[in-house]
Design a protein around this ligand. Structure first.
Ligand code: 8YV
Length: 312
């Protein structure tokens, strides 16, 4: 049997089959009492942890795994892993960048089109047999607008690439200017004020927590559209709910939330909001590629080779 590995989240069956064939896999139970039993039985032997980007690992858990050498994240985000703590513990961390970029960018565009073109209402109209009959309310044109992107890394740039086919203008904000023809705003409020649609595609950190606050939402304004495919923590969620319910923000397309899977109840009845359950990377192709990269990092770690996509 291979090294003992603690699995914190489910993976695709094909990825699971490889994990099970290669490692002595211990699954992390939901119940605290069962977790204690797992730690008592396997804690000392666990050398690797597999987790999701949305999940990460609690430092307190890592501290109870004396043989832990790697946390292999099946996702690009590592905001739920305390990197300095992992370095202190001598634990490597890897993630799965690049392979999910296109899917997440596609979803950002889909959410924009969903809220602006009213696709959920249009589809409901057909499914309920209301066509022919009165057409659903007219929607809003999504092309030819001023698009703003918060974060201009891999995913932000992939969103820009897609938007370049929509006409209109593209601007972005990030800590420093990038070599790109698109307009740069140092200040997110200035970007929001100059945007019809604002895409959030930056990574979550202490620096970006609550970055999209009431002032940013008000700058985007009652016709403005907010799309978030990054992390819920980047937006001040109560401020977002208030802006939408009070009509100070035009619409929102949201794939991520502050306390997933909790979605603020006030958002559920709003017709100008499109909601998805954190599915940015959720295609067969991408989840398989993510699983393969997550496995490749584990394999490299145990072979003593450089990690293909290390974080630390
Ligand atoms: C997934 C993500 O939901 O990559 C990330 O950081 O949040 C998403 O791709 C998740 O990590 C799948 O495990």
């Amino acid at each position: 049997m291979g090294a003992t590995l603690l699995q914190l989240c489910p993976v695709l069956p094909a990825t699971q089959a490889t994990l099970d064939a290669t490692y002595d896999v211990v699954r992390w139970p939901a119940e605290p009492a069962e977790q204690e039993a797992v730690l008592a039985q396997h804690g000392a032997a666990i050398r690797a942890v597999v987790t999701g980007g949305h999940l990460g690992i609690e430092t307190a858990l890592a501290e109870r795994l004396p043989a832990l050498g790697i946390v292999s994240i099946n996702g690009v985000g590592y905001d739920r892993v305390d990197l300095p703590a992992m370095q202190r513990l001598g634990v490597r961390v890897s993630n799965t960048p690049d392979v999910l970029t296109d899917d997440v960018a596609d979803l950002a565009i889909a959410l924009m089109l969903n809220v602006m073109r009213g696709l959920p209402a249009a589809e409901q109209h057909v499914r309920e047999g209301l066509w022919p009959g009165a057409q659903p309310a007219l929607a809003r044109r999504a092309s030819g607008l001023r698009y703003g992107i918060v974060g201009f890394g891999r995913i932000g740039q992939a969103i820009a690439l897609r938007l370049s086919g929509f006409g209109g203008s593209i601007a972005y904000t990030r800590p420093n200017r990038k070599e790109t023809p698109h307009e740069y705003h140092e200040d997110i409020r200035a970007l929001a004020a100059a945007s019809d649609v604002l895409f959030v595609a930056t990574s979550a950190s202490a620096a970006t927590r609550g970055l999209v606050d009431r002032a940013v939402l008000d700058a985007l304004g009652p016709r403005g559209v907010l799309v978030n495919v990054a992390r819920g923590s980047i937006i001040d969620e109560p401020a977002l709910v208030a802006a939408l319910t009070e009509g100070r923000l035009g619409a929102a397309g949201l794939d991520v939330f502050e306390n997933e899977p909790h979605v603020p109840a006030a958002l559920l009845p709003l017709p100008n909001v499109s909601l998805a359950p954190h599915v940015g990377s959720a295609t067969h192709e991408t989840r398989l590629a993510m699983g393969n990269l997550m496995l490749a990092n584990l394999d490299a770690f145990f072979a003593g080779d450089p990690l293909p996509t290390p974080v630390v």
